[in-house]
Write a protein that binds this ligand. Structure first.
Ligand SMILES: Cc1cc2nc3c(=O)[nH]c(=O)nc-3n(C[C@H](O)[C@H](O)[C@H](O)COP(=O)(O)OP(=O)(O)OC[C@H]3O[C@@H](n4cnc5c(N)ncnc54)[C@H](O)[C@@H]3O)c2cc1C
Ligand code: SF4
Ligand code: SF4
Length: 427
């Protein structure tokens, strides 16, 4: 069983399945892809994220050895001899996915729109929805909390009226069943530090102070602005944009003590992509220092600085606050020793990477350990980084610590190799 259908879990599932073993892939959201499905282009090559992700999600969706179980979570785990018995709970989608053809007519006809979590609150979706047009599986779920049928005693029902195969099932109940597996890969990924907790950055209050994943959605062709950079408050094209690195990272008093590892790189990418889209715009990056240790990473940051003329300011931002139609950013440039004040149109906070919500709960169910930062703890940080310490349970991806896509993929493959080695030793 692989728990978590981000790129790391996908890689582990494909490697194990392609070696001839059955895999159950459990994902809590309606479709797989994880955060990579929300990204625009990826550093350092600027490959389109969806374009490199979709062949893999489609392969998982069609793989005869992979049982894809989305909209589901692990309820309970028991060991039985060499095996693990895992109880899985699936939320009702109120759509019979066996019948549904994924035609999308229900979404088109649903008259109600609500704020979308996938768009991180800066875009909308219908009440019956898929996460994205490339969703795997491409089957919708009904958001019961906002659905008129559930909230107003059976009114509306437009989706059911128009569905050509009668797949809408308002009576559907949650399902609980048990799987028997030989090993588990935990690949539940990350979440971002909530902006609301960064009060000195006015986070969560001003619509034009956004987090880095919100900016990824603004950059994405499939996002709420179809890839045009428009600020959330009034739709204007922002001409002065400030990026704040380490927002909550390396700051034990106001955030977390550790370095989030990927923010230096994705901020350089976001500033560069902003300049590609708004040629006359000015991008500023506040940083403590630049950590660009991967292959081709330093060159990429230099390209943002030199070719795209992104202005890097070494120093911390002390305060962000609204003034008229602008967002004022007060900081210091420690290289020149001067105070800096920028009247920005848009501010992007590179908020800290946290372990995904629910990691603590899963730790209890699996009997694995969590380190002082809340990430899954490896059996040994140097020589056993993939093992959890519990036999048969392995770790992959950003749930074990912040990491970029190549590292998450490598760890997914490493976890698969551990599972295959375990199975080979049992034959
Ligand atoms: C703004 C931003 C830009 C980035 N840009 C780049 C880039 O350009 N290049 C690059 O290399 N990296 C980039 N990254 C990093 C990239 O997002 C991660 O490396 C990658 O998503 C990690 O994959 P993962 O599978 O470990 O985790 P995730 O993508 O977080 O996937 C985890 C999956 O597990 C699921 N899950 C969580 N809990 C449970 C549970 N209890 N049960 C079942 N399922 C669960 C989640 O729903 C999710 O689908 C960026 C990150 C950010 C924040
Ligand atoms: S019943 Fe109406 S509101 Fe609910 S999902 Fe169907 S069309 Fe949308
Ligand atoms: S209209 Fe029916 S078949 Fe088409 S996507 Fe909606 S539920 Fe599925």
């Amino acid at each position: 069983m692989v728990i978590g259908g981000g790129i790391s879990g996908i890689q582990a599932a494909l490697d194990i399945a392609n070696s001839g073993y059955e895999v159950v892939l459990v994902e809590r959201l309606p479709s797989i892809g994880g955060h990579m499905a929300q990204l625009s282009e990826t550093f350092p090559t600027l490959d389109c994220s969806q374009c490199i992700l979709t062949p893999r999600t489609v392969e998982v969706g069609h793989h005869e050895k992979i049982k894809l179980v989305t909209y589901s979570e692990v309820e309970e785990v028991r060991s039985q001899g060499d095996d693990l018995r895992v109880k899985v709970r699936r939320k009702p989608a109120y759509v019979d996915w066996e019948r549904c053809t994924g035609c999308g007519l229900c979404q088109e006809k649903c008259p109600w729109r609500v704020t979308s979590d996938f768009e991180r609150g800066i875009g909308e979706r219908k009440v019956i929805y898929t996460l994205s047009p490339q969703a795997v599986p491409n089957k919708p779920v009904i958001d019961r909390e906002h659905c008129v049928y559930f909230q107003k005693g059976g009114k509306c029902g437009a989706c059911a009226k128009f569905c050509p195969v009668e797949a809408i099932d308002f009576q559907q109940k949650e399902e609980i069943w048990e799987e028997q597996v030989g090993a588990i890969v935990v690949a539940t990924g990350y979440d971002l530090y909530p902006m609301e907790r960064l009060s000195e950055y006015d986070g969560g209050h001003h619509p034009d102070v956004i987090d880095s994943l919100q900016f990824e959605r603004l950059l994405s062709a499939s996002g709420p602005t179809a890839g045009e950079i428009r600020r959330p408050s009034d739709g204007a094209v922002p001409k002065e944009v400030v990026f704040v690195q380490c927002a909550g990272s390396r700051d034990p008093e106001r955030g977390v003590a550790y370095c989030s590892q990927i923010c230096c790189m994705y901020t350089a990418k976001q500033a560069l992509l902003y300049k590609h889209k708004v040629h006359e715009g000015q991008a500023y990056v506040f940083y403590i220092d630049i950590r660009a240790g991967g292959k081709g990473y330093e060159e990429f940051v230099q390209r943002a600085m030199e070719e795209e003329r992104v202005l890097y300011l070494r120093g911390k931002v002390s305060k962000i606050f609204p003034q008229n139609s602008k967002v004022m950013v007060w900081g210091a440039d420690t290289l020149s020793g001067k105070r800096v004040e920028i009247a920005a149109d848009l501010v992007i906070l590179a908020t800290a990477i946290l372990p995904s919500q629910g990691a603590w709960d899963l730790k209890e169910k699996l009997g694995i350990k969590i380190d002082e930062s809340g990430f899954y703890e490896e059996a040994h940080p140097q020589v056993r980084p993939i093992e959890s310490g519990v036999p048969g349970i392995y770790l992959a991806g950003a749930g074990q610590g912040p990491k970029d896509i190549p590292e998450a993929v490598a760890q997914g493959s490493a976890a698969a190799a551990k599972v295959l080695a375990l199975f080979a030793s049992e034959v």
